[in-house]
Design a protein around this ligand. Structure first.
Ligand code: MEV
Length: 367
């Protein structure tokens, strides 16, 4: 599993929205304050950073993704088990199809960048319903989400939320006690449809299994494998502060692909070359080459029109401050910039430089 070694955040921009925002502080791994009671730790679902492959992964080509140590967790309180509805559903009663779960309350204690929770509220409700429907849970439940993953576009907060919910179902409801990680992941995938429309499955897979993964969507089950690193890779990532809509951006890429298949195929071909080289240099521990390939991947994402000025500015600043490679990560048109660095000193220098221009900056590593 990848492990978050430290988090640095400068003060979030002011917001007039009534939501939790990332509290500026320095946090370390094993920070006692961040330790959860053991029951909730069973519901941990991780955030992720895509090293290579956002958007292209939707079209069934391989991608490389690393989970971060920060997680979302969830607890379920069953207020009323609606047995009769459950039975009705089993008998195929049409009145109990669709978003008809009995959620009485969702308490969302997850830290988040300003605007994230309000912008994602509708999608989040749909995602939670999809997971409960997947398990045919129609009794009345109260859900509480927490953890130390700061919700921001690009970090896989939606996947972490739905996977944490699936884990909470397993932990709380005896009839689901034997769910496997693959079944948790499948439930997470269903939930992701609420946020992503047509998810590739990369985010929920990273949220469920952690670690650094090679992931590929297929016509059937996704294929993924854990990658071993020779040495940990130090990372800095920074938010643009802009919450983007994955559904909208993925749909727009699809529309552009359909309008000009030759243009898209040329980009896809270049991307495939990058990710296959990327996998090799990752295995060899060749960080310099890995950085170059990240730079190239960012260029392709610019051509795909999913980067934006704010992301490009962060990429340039990271490189100027000593990053070996930098790219946008995740949906884009806002969200996150990810860069790799060679040593702790450079990691600090890059984080310092980014903190001057980005609302939130984090340091982590892939292990
Ligand atoms: C979002 O984290 C990654 C995308 O490729 C969408 C997906 O894979 O479902 C943009």
């Amino acid at each position: 599993m990848t492990e978050e070694i430290e988090t640095s955040k400068r003060t979030s921009p002011p917001t007039d929205e009534k939501e939790d925002v990332a509290v500026p502080k320095k946090a370390k791994v094993d920070d006692k304050e961040n330790n959860e009671p053991s029951s909730l730790s069973k519901t941990h679902a991780y955030g992720k950073l895509i090293l290579f492959g956002e958007h292209f992964v939707v079209y069934k080509v391989p991608a490389l993704v690393g989970a971060v140590a920060a997680y979302t967790d969830c607890s379920i309180e069953v207020v009323d088990v609606d047995e009769s509805d459950d039975v009705k559903k089993d008998k195929g009663d049409e009145s109990k199809t669709g978003n008809d779960t009995g959620i009485v309350e969702i308490i969302d204690n997850r830290p988040a960048v300003p605007n994230y929770k309000t912008k994602k509220a509708e999608e989040g409700k749909k995602a939670v319903d999809l997971v409960l429907n997947h398990f045919k849970i129609f009794g009345k439940v109260k859900l509480t989400f927490g953890g130390n993953l700061c919700c921001a576009s690009g970090i896989g907060a939606s996947a972490a939320q739905v996977v944490a919910l699936a884990r909470a179902v397993k932990q709380t409801l005896p009839q689901f006690a034997t769910l496997t990680d693959d079944e948790i992941n499948a439930a997470g995938y269903e939930g992701e449809k609420g946020y992503h429309g047509t998810p590739s499955g990369i985010d929920n897979t990273a949220a469920t299994f952690g670690g650094l993964l090679k992931f590929q969507r297929t016509e059937g089950e996704p294929i993924f494998e854990k990658k071993k690193l020779k040495e940990p890779i130090r990372i800095v990532y920074a938010s643009t502060g802009i919450t983007s809509s994955t559904i909208e951006v993925v749909d727009d890429v699809r529309a552009k692909k359909e309008a000009d298949p030759a243009w898209f195929d040329a980009l896809l071909k270049k991307y495939c070359d990058i990710v296959s080289k990327g996998e090799k240099v990752l295995e060899d521990g060749n960080i310099k080459e890995l950085g170059k390939l990240m730079d190239e991947n960012h260029k392709i994402l610019q051509d795909l029109t999913v980067s934006c000025d704010e992301l490009d500015t962060l990429v340039v600043a990271a490189k100027k401050a000593g990053a070996i490679g930098a790219k946008m990560s995740g949906t884009g048109r806002g969200g996150l910039m990810l860069c790799i660095v060679g040593c702790e000193e450079t990691q600090n220098a890059v984080a310092d430089a980014l903190e001057k221009i980005a609302p939130q900056v984090w340091k982590t590593s892939f292990q």
